[in-house]
Design a protein around this ligand. Structure first.
Ligand SMILES: Nc1ncnc2c1ncn2[C@@H]1O[C@H](COP(=O)(O)OP(=O)(O)OP(=O)(O)O)[C@@H](O)[C@H]1O
Ligand SMILES: CC(C)(CO)[C@@H](O)C(=O)[O-]
Ligand code: BAL
Length: 282
């Protein structure tokens, strides 16, 4: 496994691999790896000749009051985990390597960002789309792997790849959970111990919503009330959003039909957690 820190060297290696006809599987991350990331890497390993993992905490996608500085980081641990998964390259650039000057161009995402994390984190998806576009030009993947925990991100990246004609396939991977149901997330380490216990309420309230749908509930507003009530009465978390939309269009629904997403974001003392459930309603 090679650790590469410069754009030039990464592109040179990839061009060489591509000239030998190798397919490139790419897993973009912000590091502090957990089972969720490792599942993406394992799938990329199975489906491609070469696997590239990027580790870069992208300042452009964090708002001024968000957790860029406290985002967990541990490169040596990540390197060991990546080695165990037979990653071929870790691309690990500095902020200065990615953004040597004040950016003169950025990608602006115009659809699917007026709701959920796009609404709560203004500019977040412009930052994601800008760095992902750069990473795609640097790594030139055949397939790029993203987790469905960030379901809005998957929808935005599918739009980016389609609209800007990136010659690659986006592969969306199922959410990996802790034993109690909490979605794995690098940020979980920043939960206080009692918050960690309470945090399972995100998953449980999604399951309650699903149960109500299975029992015939068709009104999205009733489900939202049910989930908010469950979260506030079982945790100290503050609901940032609890919403239901069509997926991947992210349009409001008066009645549940077709493919829908039930999505949550809840703020705890130092972290904001997200989770979701995508369902096909007959
Ligand atoms: N529990 C999970 N299951 C599946 N994919 C995941 C999971 N957690 C993260 N991913 C995916 O891994 C990729 C990198 O995510 P990232 O490095 O931001 O990790 P993260 O755990 O989502 O961090 P955080 O939520 O704290 O920002 C993204 O495509 C993300 O959707
Ligand atoms: C895709 C990504 C690596 C871009 O910084 C990030 O948003 C993430 O980890 O999901
Ligand atoms: N995985 C999402 C990246 C972020 O929260 O900025």
């Amino acid at each position: 496994m090679k650790v590469i820190t410069t754009i030039k060297e990464m592109q040179t290696e990839i061009k060489q691999q591509k000239s030998e006809g190798k397919s490139i599987g790419f897993v973009p991350t912000m590091g502090y790896l957990h089972e969720g990331h490792l599942t993406l890497i394992k799938q990329a390993r199975q489906e491609n000749d070469i696997v590239v993992l990027s580790i870069f905490v992208n300042p452009l996608q964090f708002g001024p009051t968000e957790d860029f500085s406290t985002y967990p980081r541990d490169f040596e641990r990540d390197r060991a985990l990546a080695e165990c998964e037979h990653v071929d390259y870790i691309f690990y650039p500095t902020v200065n390597e990615m953004y040597p000057t004040e950016p003169s161009v950025k990608v602006i995402v115009q659809a699917r960002t007026d709701v959920l994390c796009g609404k709560s984190r203004p500019g977040h998806f412009d930052g994601v789309a800008t760095v992902v576009s750069k990473l795609f030009h640097i790594v030139m993947p055949t397939r790029a792997y993203f987790g469905k925990k960030d379901a809005q991100q998957v929808a935005v990246i599918e739009g980016l790849v389609s609209d800007l004609n990136f010659p690659l396939d986006v592969v969306a991977v199922e959410i990996v959970r802790e034993e109690d149901g909490l979605a794995k997330s690098s940020r979980n380490v920043n939960l206080l111990p009692e918050e960690r216990e309470q945090a399972v309420v995100l998953y449980k309230s999604l399951q309650e919503a699903k149960k109500a749908i299975d029992q015939g509930e068709q009104n999205p507003h009733s489900l939202i009330i049910l989930m908010k009530e469950m979260i506030t009465s079982n945790s100290s978390g503050v609901v940032d959003y609890a919403e239901i939309y069509s997926y991947p269009q992210l349009k409001p629904l008066e009645k549940l039909e077709g493919r829908i997403i039930i999505a949550l974001a809840v703020k705890f003392t130092k972290v904001r957690l997200i989770d979701n459930l995508i369902l096909d309603i007959e």
